[in-house]
Every structure is written in structure tokens, then in C-alpha cells.
Design a protein around this ligand. Structure first.
Ligand SMILES: Cc1ncc(COP(=O)(O)O)c(C=O)c1O
Length: 419
């Protein structure tokens, strides 16, 4: 028996992350612009780092609270009061080792092997993978792209519910589409969950990146005490802390012992000095988050307007989150092939998308961080080939012809040195 076939079939079946594959390829290579992950270009601000460093210097290096240090759970409670207008006691909050681990813990708390969980597609691939690793079945329901915007069709969601369904995973604002549920959408989804006695796993990690102003509508706006909603969230995006791996769960206090146990048997708690950094982020970070949101707004405008101006893609200026999601109109041209090859590398795990409908599987997602120059350059190159230098094949096109692997194109196509 081979080593691999002696491993757990569920572990072996876990899909390789296309995002990680691209990142791994890029490590150590010069002159690449990072198109692949959803994060800003700023390092964590100093006031957060200082708080963590002071805790380290003070010897806060021992085992700590499983649910999170009391100071951080209080700071989370205060944060929700400031930004969501709701006073939740600290007992509602559980600190986790990232948003991803918050999802893992929620999946473990809510599903048994054979259960089903419905989620909306196109989707960030990790939620389906987390469910499948737990032995649950992820059931994708497509968002509809109609009238230039994304919308959820509740009838389709209800049709996907079976006696095995344990819950609905709702990511709003969404990675990658930017779909942002209205308060009515949320009330309708909640009503559906109540009707079928389902849990909602609410991923509102991008709630602050809502471009109409303020924050995105939240299940907190429509739910009542006793509703079965578990929120997963993260310090990653708001406070430029992607590398810290700290997140949190908001859940009914009755679930406390179960969640504490799941934390104990996975990480046994997040390092206390990192939690001290997180406390500073929440208590002193409102202005920093606001500046991040303003930066993202400008990036969204430039990137989406640049994309739309090429007239080569179907896309929109999304209401929320940090991504441009686009359909390539003309796959045969240089720009189209560039997008397509990029998308194969990035989106190919998103197997639930029906290629015939909505945006095809080969749609491209671009994090705001990606500077629009890349779009502009490839577009200009294409136009140059067509109009200014008829017959002259740009080097990039030769490369595409010569190499089928996406990486060659990514490497060759990117302008050297960040603008
Ligand atoms: C929708 C969504 N949820 C959760 C996460 C996890 O965030 P992290 O593990 O960095 O805290 C991400 C990361 O990109 C995401 O896009």
C-alpha cells in the first residue's frame, strides 16, 4: 500500500489551493506584481505591533485563555457596539487563529459527516473545501448576474435544501463577486433558515468594505436572540493583519463550552501577545481602518474604470469587498487569453460554477491591490498590435504561443518593478 493511499481519503481528497499554488510559484521571483491574494499593500500599523511587542517583552508567553483573553473579548464587544450598534456581552465572542480557523471551528461545530451545507457561488473556494474535509457536502447555489448586478434567488436556495441540510453559508460582501446582501435579503435568508431549522454561518469579514458608506447590512440588523447564527470574522483585512492569523467567532453564549473544546483540541488558544495586538487594533484602530477603506474605494474606482474602459470585459463596480470579478468578452484576443490564463491559475478550484450561466468558471478575480497598470499595459499592447504595428507580434504573444503554462505568462506579462 502506498503512503498516500494509507492516508485518510478525506485528507487526500482535499483540493490543492490554486491561490497557494500561484503564491508558491512566485516566491523569490523578481519583478512580479502580486495579483493573487486579497490583502492590501500596507504592513500592520505600528501601534498594533508595539502592543504585541510590549506583551512579549513583559513575558506574556504562556498558555492562555481558550476563548480569548477577557480584554480582547471586551474590545470586540465594544467594537460591535460602535460599528454595528448592538451591545453583545463578551460571552458572545471567541478568538480564533484566523478567519479560516473560525470557519473550520464553525464547520466542526455544525456538521457531521454526510450533512449538507448550502453556499452561494461563485465563491472563495475555501468554504467548500472546509466542509468537504469535515465529511460534509458543500452544495453551491449560483448567484444571478442580471441587469448588471449580482442577486440571490431565494427560490433556488430553498430548492437546494434537503433533509440533510444543516445550514447556509452566507458571505456578504462576497469574495469574489462583491455581491452584498441588502437588509431584505438577509431578513429573507433568515426566514428561510428559521423555516427549515437551519444554522446560518455568516462570513461578514468584508462588512467594513462597503462602498455606499458606513458598513454593509449584517445579520445582526435582522436577527433576534435565539436565532441560530454563527459569525466568522478576522483581523486580516481591516487592520492589515493578514500575516498574524487572528480571527474571531460571534456565537450564542450557550455554544461556549463546545467552541472552547474545539479551540482546545486545535490550537489551544491564540498567543497572548498577538491578542494584545488585536486589542490595540480594535481600541485604537478606527482611523486606520477608515483610511484603508478610503484607499480601497480609490483602488476600486481606478481598477474597475480601467477594466470597463478596455471594453473587453463584463464587470461592475461592486458594492463591497476587495475584488474585481469579470467576464472576458473576447477570449481569443491577447487580453482575453491573458485573463483566461490568469483565471485558470486562480479560480480553478471553484468547480461549482455552471459555465453556461452567470460568469463562467474562467472568470477572473483581481484583488484591489493589483494596480490597474497591468490591465492597461496588456490592453495597450493588444491595441498596439492591432492598430499601430500591424504584423508586429509582441514578445508576450510569442510567449503565450510557446508556453501553455500560466506561470510563464504571468511572469512575462507583468511590468517589472511596482509602479
Ligand atoms: C470570504 C473570506 N472569508 C474568510 C477569509 C479568511 O481570512 P483569514 O484566514 O485571513 O483571517 C477570507 C480570506 O481571504 C475570505 O475572503
Amino acid at each position: 500500500m502506498s503512503i498516500i493511499s494509507s492516508l485518510s481519503p478525506r485528507a487526500v481528497a482535499a483540493p490543492e489551493s490554486g491561490i497557494v499554488e500561484v503564491v508558491n510559484y512566485a516566491r523569490g521571483r523578481e519583478g512580479l506584481l502580486p495579483l493573487w491574494v486579497g490583502e492590501g499593500d500596507l504592513p500592520t500599523p505600528d501601534f498594533i505591533n508595539q502592543a504585541a511587542m510590549q506583551a512579549l517583552a513583559a513575558g506574556e508567553t504562556f498558555y492562555t485563555w481558550q476563548r480569548g483573553i477577557p480584554e480582547l473579548r471586551q474590545a470586540l464587544s465594544d467594537y460591535y457596539f460602535r460599528h454595528f450598534g448592538i451591545r453583545l456581552a463578551p460571552e458572545h465572542f471567541y478568538v480564533t487563529g484566523s478567519g479560516m480557523q473560525a470557519i473550520q471551528i464553525a464547520v466542526q461545530a455544525l456538521t457531521a459527516p454526510g450533512d449538507e451545507f448550502v453556499y452561494l457561488t461563485p465563491a472563495w473556494p475555501n468554504i467548500a473545501a472546509a466542509l468537504e474535509i469535515a465529511g460534509a457536502r458543500s452544495v453551491g447555489v449560483e448567484l444571478q448576474f442580471e441587469g448588471g448586478t449580482w442577486a440571490v434567488d431565494l427560490n433556488r436556495v430553498e430548492t437546494a435544501i434537503t433533509p440533510k441540510t444543516r445550514g447556509l453559508f452566507i458571505n456578504t460582501p462576497s469574495n469574489p463577486t462583491g455581491w452584498t446582501a441588502t437588509k431584505k435579503d438577509l431578513a429573507d435568508i433568515l426566514a428561510l433558515a428559521r423555516k427549515h431549522d437551519l444554522w446560518i454561518m455568516a462570513d461578514e469579514i468584508y462588512a467594513r468594505y462597503f462602498y455606499a458608506g458606513g458598513r454593509a447590512p449584517s445579520f445582526l440588523d435582522v436577527m433576534e436572540p435565539g436565532d441560530k447564527v454563527i459569525f466568522v470574522n478576522s483581523f486580516s483585512k481591516n487592520w492589515s493583519m493578514t500575516g498574524w492569523r487572528v480571527g474571531w467567532i460571534v456565537a450564542p453564549p450557550e455554544t461556549g463550552q463546545v467552541l472552547e473544546n474545539l479551540i482546545q483540541y486545535s490550537t489551544s488558544g491564540v498567543a497572548q501577545f498577538m491578542q494584545k495586538g488585536a486589542v490595540a487594533a480594535l481600541n485604537e484602530g478606527d482611523a486606520f481602518v477608515q483610511s484603508n477603506i478610503e484607499k480601497a474605494t480609490r483602488s476600486r474606482d481606478i481598477l474597475c474604470e480601467t477594466l470597463i474602459a478596455t471594453n473587453r470585459v463584463e464587470t461592475l463596480k461592486p458594492d463591497g469587498a476587495l475584488y474585481a470579478f469579470l467576464k472576458i468578452k473576447e477570449v481569443g484576443c491577447l487580453f482575453g487569453r491573458f485573463c483566461l490564463i490568469m483565471s485558470r491559475a486562480i479560480m480553478r478550484n471553484d468547480g461549482e460554477v455552471d459555465e453556461a450561466k452567470a460568469f463562467p468558471r474562467n472568470a477572473l478575480v483581481i484583488a484591489w491591490r493589483t494596480l490597474p497598470r497591468i490591465i492597461h499595459d496588456v490592453d495597450a499592447l493588444e491595441r498596439g498590435r492591432r492598430h499601430d504595428r500591424p504584423g508586429a507580434e509582441p514578445a508576450i504573444d510569442d510567449r503565450i504561443a510557446a508556453h501553455q503554462l500560466p506561470y510563464d505568462l504571468i511572469e512575462t506579462a507583468l511590468p517589472h518593478g511596482a509602479p
